[in-house]
Design a protein around this ligand. Structure first.
Ligand SMILES: Cc1cc2nc3c(=O)[nH]c(=O)nc-3n(C[C@H](O)[C@H](O)[C@H](O)COP(=O)(O)OP(=O)(O)OC[C@H]3O[C@@H](n4cnc5c(N)ncnc54)[C@H](O)[C@@H]3O)c2cc1C
Length: 461
């Protein structure tokens, strides 16, 4: 945390840049910026709400001169502590809220960083387009946050993650200068690929103000959305492996266990069957017969097709809100993000159950099974140090399994403060130690005074 002298007069200096009404210092006002959505907590020094690149640049100049850390913030839905920091200037990016251009020929959208993904998709739909990556938080999270986290989501089983959909960026660097990275073109071979360096950089290399994102026409092939239930978790995993082997490509392949469905039913007054394992599946209509046969061969108990668009939307919405329902089940949650090779999915699902039993913990589990990326949500009692220690041990067991089998400790949520040590372990185990050294050098090059989200991620690993 910066010393008092560094923040003395800071608010009025920032007020001269963004207007006093866009600088928050009162404890009550700061409260909304103290937590992320996995309850990582820290108290910022001040919150600013810039609305232009010039303002962001001038704020970063002030921060550099005073050596006060800066954290860019979208919607604060991060799950790893990436968006909270004691003593920081929070750059609230929500006033960067304009969709600047939808290009119907070049198939891109030019959008500011604070636009919420669902709002973006609503605007695109009116023009017959959509933006595929859809973190389950897309009703809240912003373009800038999703880029900085290289977010995945539910449709990623078909379309990939944010990493696959960004063409160009406008970024304000730690020295206050603004730079354009990439070109909004189908192809561009000029220079090192700094666009992709910025994607997944967790606010540690620069502040994204604007992006050109690829878009696609809304698919015209009719699809079927259904819930498929199983009597055990590994059977659902084996069915997914077999779908892959038989080259049946799903558009959604989401997992929810019994405890998640029960939490959802209680929170949202729904009445979904509380089977041991449920898959939410989207398939192009011609593939449904083959897929159902594979599910059946792996013990699927019941298929419930959405009868109309409204029900299909309800299935989707329930899954996307499931974490919020599960989070209410205990005073502490640690949501895991291990991703395993898909041919290890069934084994991993069995391991999650075993780890929960071994540590005496409840772990409602949900997530993107089609990507090998399910999220055991480890519940613990925040007031009980033994319970907290058990949660940490369980998380480490899952992450170390992933490292052993060639998976990753985080598929999409990122590292933040939560997983820096495990990131180092993974990189060492997978022969990437030198890559980590290069990454630390890149951080130093972009941010020599370490003001951008310091002490986290690569710097902390
Ligand atoms: C209910 C729920 C469901 C979720 N589902 C998914 C999911 O399916 N897939 C997934 O990948 N994640 C998921 N997440 C995690 C989270 O929502 C995503 O990481 C999301 O993209 C973060 O966006 P945000 O706007 O909230 O960013 P924030 O939480 O505000 O910030 C996240 C990080 O990005 C940085 N950042 C934010 N804006 C900028 C900017 N303009 N420039 C530079 N850095 C910036 C911050 O400094 C921080 O390091 C979920 C979270 C919740 C609560």
């Amino acid at each position: 945390m910066p010393g008092r002298s560094r923040v003395l007069g800071l608010a009025s200096e920032l007020g001269a840049i963004v207007g006093a009404e866009n600088v928050l210092t009162e404890p009550g006002a700061l409260e909304a910026f103290r937590k992320d959505m996995a309850d990582f907590e820290a108290t910022p020094a001040v919150v600013t709400r810039p609305s232009t690149e010039d303002q962001v640049g001038r704020i970063l100049e002030v921060a550099t001169r005073r050596r006060v850390p800066v954290v860019a913030r979208g919607a604060g839905t991060s799950l790893t502590g990436a968006v909270v920091l004691d003593g920081a200037i929070i750059l609230d990016m929500q006033r960067f809220n304009r969709i600047l251009r939808i290009d119907p020929v070049n198939w891109y959208v030019q959008v500011q960083a604070g636009v919420v993904l669902d709002d973006l998709n609503e605007a695109l739909r009116k023009e017959g387009f959509f933006f595929p990556p859809d973190p389950a938080s897309s009703f809240l999270c912003t373009v800038g946050g999703a880029i900085a986290e290289s977010s995945g989501g539910m449709r990623c089983v078909r379309y990939g993650t944010m990493r696959d959909w960004v063409l160009a960026l406008r970024v304000v660097l730690a020295n206050g200068r603004t730079v354009t990275l990439g070109e909004p073109l189908a192809k561009n071979r000029v220079g090192y690929d700094l666009v992709h360096l910025m994607i997944g950089s967790e606010g540690t290399l620069g502040v994204v103000t604007e992006a050109h994102l690829k878009i696609l026409p809304v698919p015209s092939v009719p699809f079927v959305r259904m819930l498929v239930t199983f009597d055990d978790w590994p059977s659902a995993g084996r069915a997914i492996e077999e779908l892959r082997r038989r080259q049946v490509m799903a558009n959604l392949m989401e997992f929810m266990d019994r405890e998640t469905v029960l939490a959802v039913n209680a929170a949202f007054h729904t009445n979904f069957e509380d089977a041991e394992a449920t898959l939410l599946v989207d398939l192009d209509e011609p593939l449904v017969g083959d897929a159902e046969a594979i599910f059946r061969a792996h013990g699927a108990r019941r298929f419930s097709r959405a009868v109309d668009e409204a029900e299909a939307e309800r299935f989707y919405s329930v899954r996307s809100h499931a974490y919020l329902a599960v989070k209410e089940l205990a005073s502490g949650v640690q949501i895991e993000d291990v991703t395993v090779p898909i041919d290890r999915l069934a084994e991993y699902l069995a391991l999650v159950k075993e780890v929960a039993t071994r540590h005496g913990l409840r772990m409602p589990t949900l997530g993107h099974a089609g990507d090998g990326n399910v999220h055991p949500t480890i519940l613990f009692d925040r007031t009980d140090s033994a319970s907290r220690a058990a949660a940490t041990a369980a998380s480490q067991d899952l992450c170390r399994y992933a490292i052993r089998v060639g998976g990753t400790i985080t598929g999409e949520h990122g590292v933040g403060v939560q997983k820096a040590a495990l990131m180092r372990e993974q990189m060492q185990a997978h022969g990437a130690e030198e890559a980590l050294r290069l990454m630390k050098g890149i951080k130093q090059l972009f941010d020599p005074k370490s003001i951008l989200n310091p002490g986290k991620y690569v710097e902390a690993a």
